[in-house]
Design a protein around this ligand. Structure first.
Ligand SMILES: O=P(O)(O)OC[C@H]1O[C@@H](O)[C@H](O)[C@@H](O)[C@@H]1O
Length: 348
């Protein structure tokens, strides 16, 4: 099932019908390793045709040119859910429910010509969650990732389409961060979950150097209107946070006293430290999106730009799975694995 981003941007559909359509799900499924599906056929005429021949799985995984002609991968579940991943930035730009509603939000100012990172969906921040010495949020969201595998469950009643992407150093990334890393990102469309698995390896030989980094999956979630009292983030009470709204470079530490984080009154830009695995973003329609960090991520960033983006800040809030408070340190040969699962839950 394909969908139109233009439609979503001009007429936001804030999960209005999800509340009745979906029951709370907390299923954490078994891990599957992406296996590449080789196809034999005539020589491909375009990059997306090559990708389809090599990695396409009929009915489950396909490649096409998306906005701005950028290659994207579409994952389709038999239950009607879909996800879309652009190879530029390994950015998940859409996760639709059987109703057709999209849980993610792409900003109307998103440009699709690679001059900037894609603004919306779930961009990847690596190897720096900004600000810092590198460009804001690092380079991972500014470069093309390579497809290295796809898979779909062999059980035809419950295929779980997945795509795995890889990023290795190139001249552009080395100019900013000259470390021997390899990053992979696997996006799996499970029955009710969208699973995002990000791994980083230090490829230095034994006796080489350790490196460190910060990172995040910067998930934009669509809401009815962030000024609505029914829109809030829950699960952060009692946590310490860095208040970037006051000073992004030198944020003061505060404590979350209230049960919920509300939006719409002022800029909210907070790095909550050592958070619980799950944060729920109530979207104002009787549904919530659960952002569940099941491995690797230690922190949760909550961001709503308020009047910095006057025209559309009401339509989304970001709940970001992050490793910011303490940078991840990787010794030669070590791999860091981080996993986020998104699900839509009924909170009526
Ligand atoms: O505009 P960008 O680079 O995508 O960043 C958007 C926001 O991303 C959030 O993660 C940061 O906490 C904010 O400080 C920042 O403004």
């Amino acid at each position: 099932m394909m969908f139109s981003i233009e439609t979503r941007v001009t007429a936001p559909s804030p999960l209005a019908r999800l509340a009745s359509a979906h029951r709370a799900q907390r299923r954490v499924g078994r891990r599957r390793i992406g296996a590449s599906a080789s196809r034999v056929g005539p020589a491909p005429e375009s990059e997306t045709e090559r990708l389809n021949q090599k990695f396409g799985i009929p009915g489950s995984v396909s490649f096409s040119n998306g906005r701005g002609g950028l290659p994207r991968c579409a994952l389709t579940h038999k239950n009607g859910r879909t996800a879309e991943v652009y190879l530029f930035g390994a950015c998940v730009t859409s996760w639709t429910q059987p109703t057709g509603d999209d849980a993610l939000y792409v900003r109307p100012d998103c440009v699709w010509d690679k001059t900037k990172p894609l603004a919306g969906g779930a961009p990847l921040c690596f190897p720096q969650f900004g600000p810092g010495p590198m460009q804001q949020h690092g380079f991972a969201r500014n470069v093309d990732w390579e497809v290295i595998g796809t898979s779909a469950d062999v059980n035809p009643d419950d295929p779980e389409p997945a795509v795995m992407l890889r990023l290795r150093p190139n001249a552009y990334t080395k100019a900013m961060w000259d470390e021997p890393f390899e990053a992979t990102y696997e996006v799996t469309l499970r029955r009710e979950l969208l699973k995002l698995e990000f791994c980083v390896k230090n490829c230095a030989e034994e006796g080489g150097k350790a490196f460190d980094f910060t990172a995040a999956v910067h998930t934009y979630i669509e809401v009815t209107d962030c000024a609505n009292a029914g829109v809030f983030a829950r699960g952060l009470k009692g946590k310490t946070y860095l208040d970037k709204a006051i000073d992004a470079n030198n944020p003061p530490r505060k404590t979350q006293d209230g049960r919920d984080v509300f939006f719409g009154l002022e800029l909210v830009d907070r790095v909550y430290l050592d958070t619980e695995p799950e944060t729920l973003l109530h979207v104002g329609s009787g549904a919530a999106v659960a952002v569940e960090n099941t491995a690797g991520w230690t922190d949760t960033v909550i961001w709503n730009p308020h009047h910095n983006m006057k025209e559309y800040y009401k339509n989304f809030c970001c709940v970001e799975s992050a490793a910011v408070g303490k940078p991840v340190v990787l010794q030669p040969g070590e791999v860091w694995r981080a996993e986020t699962n998104l699900s839509v839950v009924d909170v009526n």
